[in-house]
Design a protein around this ligand. Sequence first.
Ligand SMILES: O=C(O)CCC(=O)C(=O)O
Length: 202
Amino acid sequence: MPLFEDAPSQSQTDVPWQLLSGYLSSKQQQLLWQEAAHFPFSRPELTVFGKQHAIPRTQAWFADAGCDYLYSGLMIRALPWPHYLARLCQQLNQEFQLQLNGVLVNHYANGQEKMGWHSDDEPELMPQSTIASVSLGAARDFDIRHKQSGEKHRIALAAGDLLLMRWPMQRDWQHALPSRAKITDARLNFTFRQIVPFYHQP
Ligand SMILES: O=C(O)CCC(=O)C(=O)O
């Protein structure tokens, strides 16, 4: 259950997301955290209204062969799966009957780093597929707002939590990770996605 929500209050059965608090064991968290120390994180620059901006976080993309990802105009080639991340992807696929085949890893060095409002609605994502978001490290607020009504929810995502974002979440809602000046610890987030293979190389 969400730890807290903004009004109007709503039961989780009415919304397309599901929070599984403490989904990862502490051993899994430790192994993934250690593995991520070797990830080739980068900070791409995006062009917004003709100006170049470095994104306020670093990221890496791992996926099956042919599952490249076009992110805000940048083509991100799929890197081969690291061991423990691949095992977590298999676990999610088995447990929730999913066909996830790629993961965007976001590293937030501290509370200054963030992600703005968006939906994960890129065309290479399998239509109506689920996105599974796993968090490690510092707990951070995750905000969700409805595109039409503006209805808002806030979920605190803590280390080891799994957030399942099911269809039509990416059609009807946006999400964001706001900055939190007082947080000094790092956070990792893994959004496992299902990509249409070879979408960008037909
Ligand atoms: O870090 C998070 O929890 C959010 C990540 C996110 O919104 C995304 O990868 O699209």
